[in-house]
Ligand binder design. Structure first.
Ligand SMILES: *[C@@H]1O[C@H](CO)[C@@H](O)[C@H](O)[C@H]1NC(C)=O
Ligand SMILES: *[C@@H]1O[C@H](CO)[C@@H](O)[C@H](O)[C@H]1NC(C)=O
Ligand SMILES: *[C@@H]1O[C@H](CO)[C@@H](O)[C@H](O)[C@H]1NC(C)=O
Ligand SMILES: *[C@@H]1O[C@H](CO)[C@@H](O)[C@H](O)[C@H]1NC(C)=O
Length: 474
């Protein structure tokens, strides 16, 4: 029935959708409603949105609103005879509200407005004042585009008559009261349209500013010494009231050459669902490893054991005596240990914490002039990694080193079971390798994101397959 090419095509399509569904980004910046409200409010201030409300042309809008309908036209003409001037005398944009939408990949922004309009008429000495409350609603959507990545778009900015409330602020004589009521009847259809025409373009500009601020925050390069970590936008998503910027990353060396790419991956274990924090930054395990390996590259340490840790040098000599007494006697004052790491520590992130594994080769030389070691051991070590924030710094510390496995690779003194050295070797590693690696990560990595988003304190928590940075509010 079906030719083989149809089967292939179907498989291809299925494969593609499966892969798409499971692709996990290497980093996610998750911005909650609190942040969106704060940035949009600030951007509206920067564009002087309340000044625009002050300049709303109330009278001409009422005239336009009545255009064409004879009853309203007549009403307008009779009203205008009694109005010397009319304008907005005070205007406030109240607390913005960002809400989830019933539609997928959409957010609702509600912007409540509170204004007072004053009307000057020869009928009365005092100003006739109206309280005007209305609300603008706009939608933020993820717009997919065929060329280039998706972007956020502001759409459907409008103010509906349903949210409009008008009331008189003064008690007035019958004559003035009837004028005021007529004015309000004309304002009901005119005001929402006028607010939309004048304020929506400003909201659009404020939204564009907010969006480019978000992109800047998400893609700010992080200085590593050496090199840097840079981020680019991979995709966007809206979930509940959160904007999620999915990011890809690159590690650069000191000459700004790319040493590692971190793209979306099928094997990601990272849970990205927002959890109610004002914001969070998630870093996938392989990206964390890339950073750690930049800070702690593979290396070789040479230690004159008796000068550095005489107590443990003696202990090692005792251990070797058990294996070969003659060899133990050859250990001189310059007895030497060489430790070569195969790579930086390999970090594994789990709910119960972070561990680091590292394979090393450890060689024991009787003196510093010997070129052949007594023996070479392959050692698999394991230690705890603690990630934490200290102010704006991403910090890391290793401790509690232990040995998982020891393998005797070469021995010039006799074949022996290397496990008898385990306790002494653990101490050697604890006093040499561990402080050396901790020294390299001591300064930490500067992360400006938390402060840039207006928070003082933050915590790093370890999740399955990812590190998560969230602010601490107090
Ligand atoms: C953004 O929304 C407006 C409607 O407000 C629409 O005209 C425009 O095409 C949208 N832009 C994109 C890139 O989808
Ligand atoms: C990641 O993507 C870039 C281009 O976007 C590509 O050049 C690179 O080879 C990719 N790396 C991996 C490991 O997939
Ligand atoms: C080392 O491990 C022990 C138990 O295994 C634990 O009690 C101790 O707190 C750890 N030390 C550090 C500095 O984490
Ligand atoms: C590991 O080294 C630290 C000092 O760097 C020391 O305080 C600690 O007691 C040592 N732990 C073991 C088990 O030797």
């Amino acid at each position: 029935m079906f030719g083989p090419w149809i089967v292939t095509l179907l498989c291809g399509l299925l494969g593609a959708t499966l892969v798409q569904a499971n692709l996990g980004p290497p980093a996610v910046l998750n911005l909650g409603p609190e942040i969106i409200e704060k940035y949009l409010t600030q951007a509206l201030k920067n564009h002087d949105a309340t000044a625009i409300l002050h300049e709303l042309p109330l009278l001409s809008a009422m005239q336009e609103g009545s255009g064409g309908i004879p009853i309203l036209d007549g009403l307008m003409r009779s009203i205008l005879r009694y109005i010397i001037w009319m304008r907005v005398t005070s205007a406030n944009i109240l607390q913005l509200v960002v809400q989830p939408s019933t539609y997928d990949q959409e957010l609702v922004v509600r912007i409540p407005l509170d204004m007072v309009a004053g009307l000057n008429t020869p009928l009365i000495k005092t100003l006739v004042q109206f309280q005007m409350n209305t609300e603008i609603q706009a939608l933020i959507r993820v717009e997919k585009s065929k060329s280039g990545p998706a972007r956020l778009n502001l759409s459907d900015c409008s103010s509906s008559e349903n949210t409009l409330r008008l009331s008189l602020l003064n008690k007035l004589s019958f004559m003035v009261n009837s004028l005021a009521n007529n004015v309000m009847n004309l304002l009901v259809p005119a005001l929402p349209q006028m607010v939309k025409n004048h304020l929506c373009p400003v909201i659009q500009q404020a939204f564009d500013d907010m969006y480019s601020d978000f992109l800047k925050l998400a893609t700010a390069p992080v200085g590593l010494s050496p090199g840097a970590l840079t981020f680019d936008l991979l995709s966007l998503a809206i979930q509940d009231s959160n904007i999620m910027l999915n990011l890809k990353a690159k590690l650069l060396d000191s000459q700004a050459r790319v040493t590692n790419w971190f793209n979306s991956s099928v094997t990601s274990l990272m849970e990205t669902t927002p959890d109610g924090a004002p914001f969070s930054l998630l870093l996938r395990q392989d990206l964390v490893n890339g950073v750690v390996n930049t800070l702690v590259p593979k290396e070789e340490l040479v230690i004159l054991l008796r000068f550095v840790i005489p107590e443990i040098a003696r202990q090692l000599q005792e251990d070797i005596k058990e294996i070969n007494a003659e060899a133990a006697n050859k250990l001189g004052p310059t007895q030497m240990v060489k430790i070569a790491t195969y790579s930086g520590p390999q970090i594994v992130l789990n709910e119960d914490g972070a561990t680091a594994a590292q394979s090393i080769i450890l060689e024991v030389f009787p003196t510093n002039t010997d070129v052949r070691p007594f023996f070479s051991l392959g050692i698999e070590t394991n230690y705890e990694a603690q990630f934490y924030m200290e102010g704006d710094w991403f910090m890391l510390n290793f401790n509690n080193i232990s040995i998982d496995r020891i393998k005797l690779m070469i021995s010039d003194i006799k074949l022996f079971n290397p496990d008898i050295l385990k306790s002494t070797l653990t101490k050697i590693l604890n006093y040499t390798l561990l402080p050396n690696e901790n020294g390299k990560v001591r300064t930490g990595v500067p992360l400006s994101l938390v402060r840039a988003l207006g928070y003082e304190k933050s915590v790093l928590s370890v999740n399955k397959g990812a590190l998560k940075l969230t602010p601490v509010s107090f």
